[in-house]
Ligand binder design. Sequence first.
Ligand code: F6P
Length: 319
Amino acid sequence: KKAIAIMTSGGDSPGMNAAARAVVRTALYEGVQVYGIKDGYDGMLKDDIIELTSRSVSDIIQRGGTFLGTARCPEFKTPEGRRKGYENLKKRGVEGLVIIGGDGSLTGGSLLSKETGIPIVGLPGTIDNDVWGTDYTIGCDTAANTIVDALNKLRDTASAHRRIMIVEVMGHKSGWLAMESGIAGGAEYVLVPEVKYDLDQMCEDIKAQYAAGKRYSIIVIAEGAGDGMGLGKIVEEKTGIDTRVSVLGHIQRGGSPTVEDRMKASMLGEKAALALISGASDVVFGFEQGKVVSINLFDSVNNKKTLDPELVRLARVLA
Ligand code: F6P
């Protein structure tokens, strides 16, 4: 009987469970056996691999995190490590692997494919939305919604006290999460690593707005653009306005996935399983303009995604 394996890797993201569930159920529907690798590449090396049934993925579509577990695994960065992992799949007759993860995890997959020839299908799973070739990554919508919810609450208290509120959000080196949530949350300023900003000018503008009667200012800063705490000190000094800083942290990674993340993860999971079963390899499935697209795995990991300039422009206009 044909068998495939599935794993989640790198930082978890809401919707990884929905994607894994879709992979498992699709494969079983097609009469293919499925193995689940625990804790990412770490579990592959340690031979922590279990057979999955339809029941294994019951009651998880609504859960954040990943029921398979995940890890960041230094040993897998060596060819010897990857060979060891591959042997554990081979001895079970695994003929292909679905990897759900971000840039680093997909890079690991591309090396595994190159060195061992095992067919790999990747699904972009990260809250950062920084995978090349796709507009969307599993979990980015839930994380953006979590941030917007925080911004709503922070605006209440900022306005009550006439404060400047600085909110540091995740995103690794990408400004997508900051930009998306900043626009949707009505932030006055969104600072991202992709765009230079003039701190003096920003502080002058805020002072002028306060003089004209404004009660608060929300500044979203992407972690890749600098440190929120440090920024808070400078802004308070330059403006003379009471300033507070919130670093949202890992709360952005958890929670029940939104409908969008559940739907897209389910669609991608089905595609991944079908592709692998029909012999495809070295592809990543993602979305472009609302449609599922397949991207070459090596292109995806060798290119850097840029931030949509339209979003940057819109954020400026609406602030
Ligand atoms: O890639 C997802 C992410 O949450 C980034 O936004 C963040 O920089 C990083 O992971 C945090 O990693 P860790 O969970 O290892 O602290």
